[in-house]
Design a protein around this ligand. Structure first.
Ligand SMILES: Nc1ncnc2c1ncn2[C@@H]1O[C@H](COP(=O)(O)OP(=O)(O)OP(=O)(O)O)[C@@H](O)[C@H]1O
Ligand SMILES: [Mg+2]
Length: 356
């Protein structure tokens, strides 16, 4: 009887654990707008207002979201877009074009991608255009509805915006900003970048067409808020199916947040970097340790996760090698320097090592 009971409790526990893992992994790993945003309410309202004006009132605009890596630029934009999509008019009308400076490395590729994302490949067919501007104008013209009075608003999102400035003559940027200034089609251009000096990289004629709207995303919370975010990100919501387990879990998180060891781990990370991407990674490593037999996170889990987080992956590769193996690697490194990357064989390495 007791055996059956313990088996039962393990199976319900197993169910709970997989739910916890799913929920927290979604919260910590997803780049989409699943979780909550911290400390960016002002920026959120600003961006929402801006995009509403394009999508609902048909105004054109341009803006740059600027902030260091992992500060939540993409998360902010995705949140705003998700909330905008709840408006029916927006959902049915808005066209989104997402470009990334790492992928669209020149304007020709970018234009092809724009055509593809607007699903206009068939309309363009084999047409030959005189210039980039002509081609882009044709694409936007094609989006006009039958009676030519109204046009779908188009939102251009340029991630890694600073890389686009290296394109020849900054043609794409020039044309996008130019359209966003004229009233032909409601077009909004949003650039995301980590370069603070981005405006200085723009050519004069491009800069003069930009609206100069800049939204700065900077994680400016203090340690107290950081611990609160830690707590919120780990806590289970009230609608978690197993209430007793959720309560146990949340109590444990509360205890962790005042634990000296955990505070040390968090403080270390906080002084190293404030961005929440790093905090998420740390929590993710700790959450992965949760199993049926180890259902609650402990302080040592977090300590271990912090160690793992800071590990030097290159030094890690040579850990545990024998002395002979390390000698061979050193000999290989020497030969590589001597032959400047030319191929060599094992015998040469072996001889090199013996001579050393
Ligand atoms: N203010 C915040 N509130 C909640 N989560 C955040 C916040 N800032 C960052 N994050 C989380 O950190 C992760 C990284 O954020 P994001 O991808 O938006 O950074 P980014 O600024 O776009 O970085 P990159 O410059 O590398 O593109 C995301 O998973 C996001 O959920
Ligand atoms: Mg990003």
């Amino acid at each position: 009887m007791s055996k059956r009971k313990s088996k039962e409790s393990i199976s319900t526990n197993g169910e709970c654990i997989s739910q916890v893992q799913k929920l927290l992994r979604e919260r910590l790993c997803h780049h989409y707008a699943t979780g909550k945003l911290f400390g960016t309410e002002h920026q959120y309202r600003h961006l929402l207002e801006l995009l509403k004006r394009t999508t609902v009132h048909g105004e054109s605009n341009s803006a740059l979201i600027i902030g260091p890596r992992g500060s939540g630029k993409t998360a902010l934009l995705n949140h705003v877009l998700k909330d905008l999509m709840e408006i029916k008019q927006v959902r049915e009308n808005l066209l989104e074009v997402r470009l990334n400076g790492l992928l669209q490395t020149n304007d020709k590729v970018a234009l092809k991608e724009i055509t593809r994302q607007l699903r206009l490949e068939n309309v363009v067919g084999d047409k030959v255009f005189g210039s980039f501007a002509e081609n882009l104008a044709f694409l936007l013209e094609a989006l006009r509805t039958g009676n030519r009075t109204s046009s779908c608003p188009v939102l251009f999102i340029l991630d890694e915006f600073d890389l686009f400035v290296h394109h020849k003559n900054q043609t794409l940027l020039y044309n996008l900003f130019d359209i966003s200034q004229s009233a032909q089609t409601p077009v909004t251009v949003i650039g995301l970048t980590c370069r603070q000096d981005i405006l200085e990289l723009l050519e004069k004629r491009v800069k003069s067409r930009f609206s100069h709207r800049q939204i700065y995303v900077i994680n400016s919370f203090d340690f107290k808020q950081y611990v609160r975010i830690f707590k919120e990100q780990l806590s289970l919501p009230a609608e978690f199916p197993d209430e007793t387990f959720a309560q146990k879990w949340n109590n444990n998180v509360q205890h962790l947040s005042v634990d000296k060891t955990v505070q040390d781990v968090l403080q270390n990370l906080f002084h190293y970097t404030k961005d929440l991407r790093s905090l998420h990674l740390l929590l993710m490593l700790a959450v992965s340790n949760v199993t049926v037999h180890h259902p609650l996170i402990t302080a040592s889990d977090l300590q271990e996760a912090s160690k793992q987080y800071r590990m030097d992956s290159k030094a890690n590769i040579v850990h545990g090698l024998s002395v002979l193996e390390i000698c061979l690697i050193i000999a290989m490194k020497h030969l590589n320097d001597v032959y400047e990357g030319e191929p060599f064989n094992f015998q040469m390495v072996y001889n090199g090592e013996r001579n050393a």
